[in-house]
Design a protein around this ligand. Sequence first.
Ligand code: NDP
Length: 398
Amino acid sequence: MGKVVIIGAGGVGTVVAAKCAQNPDVFTEIVIASRTKEKCDRLAARIGAPNITTDQVDANSVEQLCELFNRHKPDICINVALPYQDLTIMEACLQCGVNYLDTANYEPEDEAHFEYSWQWAYRERFEKAGLTAILGCGFDPGVSAVFVAYAAKHHFSEMRYLDIVDCNAGNHGKAFATNFNPEINIREITQKGKYWEDGKWVETENLEVHRPLNYPNIGERESYLLYHEELESLVINFPTIRRARFWMTFGQEYLTHLRVIQDIGMARIDPVMYEGKEIVPIQFLKAVLPDPGSLGENYTGETSIGCRISGLDKEGKESTYYIYNNCSHEAAYKETGAQAVSYTTGVPAMVGAYMFLTGKWVKPGVHNVEEFDPDPFLEKLAHSGLPWHVIVDGDLEL
Ligand code: NDP
């Protein structure tokens, strides 16, 4: 039915490639391309499907990307490289007539700041070219926003309060490691917190607001208020939301390591001189931390990510709604060779591209996932390893 180019062969790319290969009727040809071709070759060999080929590309270069696209002529590109490459890949997609999907919004490399404005600025050009760009199609952002769209479609007449809750109750046995790219992860969680209330953004100190929350099949975990990118589009696309917040769990040991990393300057993103050469401390730190892709083997426990929403239901009655997925690290590793954080990101990316290729999510322009029909997406997600559950009128704790 269609040809896909996957850019990036890290933890998330590993899962996207494996899941696309499980759907050969839709992904008839798969190309895995990344900066380091050996990683793509290893991944292709591990999956062992006859319709996979590999290639090399520096995704910071529009010229190299265009050469890649012209060589392979894909229908859609799944971008699971780093957020720094979003704009070059979108630009090349426009120049070569390729549709686009990613899992994280653009972030300039020298500024720990992420927002959709840079990518939304491409709207008109994608629309005019008749190309679809699907933004933020991992789990959060991604499924989190599709969950909100599903709740709006099927349960609420007026959504008022939204809390996205992200718990990783897994144990990888390492003193300190990040579950996805360390540079991106540490940049995200060392920022100030921010949430939406009564029509404006409210800022908090970094990890200042926290409380224990109960997660299904896991129990109580301390949860910290963070800014997360899907809040930006959700409060625009669902304007009845009065308050929107995002919470993520962290263990004490993790936070202590993080504090030390910050205090000694290893989280810095500006270059420093070391023995006559410029190095960026956080990039050096990435080189010595465990590779997130290697954490899967002994990872136990599970993740639980969902949306806790309250407001008025379709009958106008006060109501609560909790929609979530739990994912086992061990089961994810057994199936794909990657842990649950990569799995919960890679499966939705495949499902989003599947929606596009099967004609269900085709809309020229640049769109966040909540702008599409949530029903076929969530149905396919449940059959692709991420079943989800709904609790109506339970205690949301928030
Ligand atoms: P990894 O660091 O494991 O993998 C990144 C991959 O991109 C590597 O293969 C890397 O190549 C490649 N890459 C980096 N720079 C370039 C470049 N200039 N040109 C070509 N390839 C490049 O990251 P993850 O797999 O953990 O994460 C991938 C993406 O998923 C990130 O954008 C992350 O923010 C996002 N994410 C989204 C989540 C969600 O729920 N929405 C959750 C988790 C992650 P090399 O091996 O040579 O370095």
